[in-house]
Design a protein around this ligand. Structure first.
Ligand code: GN1
Ligand code: MG
Length: 375
């Protein structure tokens, strides 16, 4: 407890906060960073800030990462203002430390940054109804549109080869060979599941190499809980968690959203009979995404939307399994089998997507027709 107070005091000195500290609460949304809300009393008015410790095991270039984030948030702010929106609620703003840097390194070496807290908004851990997912899709599609003219070459790859599934497969094979946790022998069935799909891992890499898919500036971590929804209207007003914004494929963003949000069960559900791909939710997301991003997508991008859901799910399952075999060093876990449970849901979902691929293609075609998108 006293350690916590020391850190809080250090942060109060390091950043400029308005008012007097009332309380601090922790958010438990992500698998990577530690996030807190600092609530201040500013002359009778509540004023909150989002304060976060960046996980520097995962993000090895924090300085460059914060340069990316400052550039991207500045660009988004201008776009929001140009669209007549409210920049305090529709984009993140980095509040620099008192020394002018966009972060503060504390006495324990922890890397802190501070953002505006989006008020009167909430995040969702699961899709309650199709409308929520449709709204998330519109927000991610719009996010991509707002970054369409961002100079991608100025962005540093914060995690190299983040969605290069071929290189993810190589990492996975290395994890199996190294077997640092000694667990590889228990998960041969799961390892086989990945190896049977090795060829899938190269599909996007090859299309990109051949110039058949365009490189864009993408979010790369489009989980449902990375959108803030307005408390009153339920519109997706702000996309958050910008640490992996870098050059990528629109299909990474689409596929990852489906992986997480169109699953009828949670990412770590133990009862695998609950896991499946909801075609209703797939349709809602496709419609929302095409509404805001459809015009700018190429025919190839649209054609690969269903496959992207499969590939991003396979990739994520392979990462969970790889981390399990590595001894749980990357993702936060709360019990020893956590990464394995997550891997199981992902693989059941992959198999279900494989079964439903034909229907998913038909849904994409129907959505294009409904929206008058012809490519
Ligand atoms: C991590 O931090 P969070 O929970 O938004 C991960 C994503 C995975 C996701 C799986 C930087 O995202 O790539 O898809 O967990 N982020 C990073 O839930 O590795
Ligand atoms: Mg997140």
């Amino acid at each position: 407890m006293s350690e916590k107070i020391t850190t809080a005091n250090e942060l109060l000195n390091a950043f400029t906060f308005e008012g007097e500290l009332k309380n601090i609460r922790q958010l438990h949304d992500g698998h990577i960073n530690d996030t807190y809300v600092f609530v201040f009393n500013d002359n009778g008015k509540e004023h909150s800030y989002l304060v976060q410790v960046l996980n520097t095991y995962v993000f090895k270039m924090p300085d460059e990462l914060m340069n990316n984030v400052v550039g991207v948030t500045g660009h988004l702010r201008k776009a929001v203002i140009a669209n007549g929106g409210d920049p305090e609620r529709e984009c993140l703003t980095v509040y620099p430390a008192k020394d002018g840097k966009p972060y503060y390194i504390d006495s324990e070496g922890k890397f802190w940054r501070c953002y505006n807290f989006i008020c009167n908004a909430h995040s969702c851990q699961s899709v309650e109804n199709a409308e929520v997912f449709y709204n998330a899709a519109k927000a991610f599609g719009k996010f991509q549109q707002m970054l369409a003219d961002y100079p991608g070459e100025t962005l540093v790859e914060t995690i190299p080869n983040f969605h290069n599934t071929e290189s993810r497969f190589a990492d996975f094979k290395k994890a199996v060979a190294d077997n640092l946790s000694g667990r590889a022998g228990e998960v041969q069935k799961e390892i086989d599941f990945v190896c049977e799909r090795e060829a899938d891992c190269s599909v996007f890499v090859n299309l990109l190499k051949d110039g058949k898919l365009p490189l864009r500036v993408t979010h790369n971590d489009t989980k449902l809980n990375n959108v803030m929804f307005d408390d009153k209207t339920n519109e997706g007003i702000c996309v958050v968690d910008l640490d992996t914004v870098m050059p990528g494929l629109s299909l990474y963003d689409f596929g990852d959203s489906i992986r997480y949000g169109a699953n009828t069960a949670s990412e770590d559900e133990k009862d695998l009979s609950k896991v499946s791909l909801s075609l209703e939710l797939f349709k809602a997301y496709t419609l929302g995404y095409l509404t805001t991003a459809g015009e700018s997508l190429t025919a190839e991008e649209i054609a690969y939307l269903p496959f992207s859901a499969k590939l991003m799910t396979l990739e994520c399952g392979m990462r969970f399994l790889g981390d399990y075999i590595n001894g749980d060093v990357y993702f936060k876990t709360t019990y020893p089998e956590h990464n394995l449970d997550r891997c199981h849901t992902q693989f059941v979902l992959v198999a279900d997507i494989e079964r439903k691929m034909g229907e998913m293609k038909q849904i994409v075609a129907d959505c294009c027709k409904e929206l008058g998108i012809e490519k």
